[in-house]
Design a protein around this ligand. Structure first.
Ligand SMILES: O=C(O)CCC(=O)C(=O)O
Ligand SMILES: [Fe+2]
Length: 198
């Protein structure tokens, strides 16, 4: 086996002030396209309105929150729905690949290139000080942008169908991340970020 084959094991991506690692294809019992189709149809997608600096904005994507604990961000408190059977299959694969435990998942549905996520850090208190966050993508490849808060250096990662990105250590303290809109007409993408809520 090729030791540097990122389809087999999580491969570290060296970054200053944080831990980042990537696996091009998570080992799953179900094909990626079937997972995507089921996530789109089986999820109770919500269109949330968020409050930033006292003003209200609709989120430019659909979301759902599942797992064991409630989660609050951007003036929003999400009450959890129980994990679905499909989410538990993905969770098991993510825990096996990362060696870490997670108890909740945020699902984001980018319907096409017009949907996006603004630059942010996942640094809410209930995540603890150095949270591990495992991000799994199905569907269209979108560019994940990371920006170092201190030196402003930018990194771009193409998150492809079936991939796993693990963010850990002090990454959320020192970097922000987001997904820009794309002028290309892209197909749907569903991203799941597994988290351990304390
Ligand atoms: O869709 C993505 O790849 C990013 C998701 C994300 O940053 C989040 O859910 O906090
Ligand atoms: Fe995030």
């Amino acid at each position: 086996m090729d030791l540097f084959d990122s389809t087999a094991t999580l491969t570290p991506i060296p970054v200053e002030g944080g831990e980042l690692s990537f696996l091009a294809q998570l080992a799953l019992p179900i094909a990626n396209d079937e997972v995507l189709a089921r996530l789109i149809t089986e999820t109770a997608w919500r269109s949330e309105v968020i409050t930033l600096w006292g003003k209200q904005y609709p989120q430019p994507r659909l979301t759902a929150w599942h797992g064991e604990k409630a989660y609050s961000y951007s003036g929003l408190t999400l009450e959890p729905l129980p994990f679905t059977a499909l989410q538990l299959d993905i969770l098991a694969a993510v825990q096996a690949a990362t060696g870490r435990r997670f108890n909740s998942v945020l699902l984001n549905y980018y319907r096409d290139g017009r949907d996006s996520m603004g630059m942010h850090s996942d640094n809410e208190p209930e995540l603890g000080s150095e949270p591990a966050i495992a991000s799994v993508t199905f569907g269209a490849t979108r560019t994940f942008i990371l920006q170092n808060k201190l030196n402003k250096r930018r990194l771009q990662l193409a998150l492809n169908d079936g991939s796993l990105l693990l963010m850990a250590g002090s990454l959320q303290t020192n970097w922000s991340h987001g997904i820009n809109k794309s002028a290309k007409v892209l197909g749907p993408r569903v991203n799941l970020t597994f988290r351990l809520i304390l």
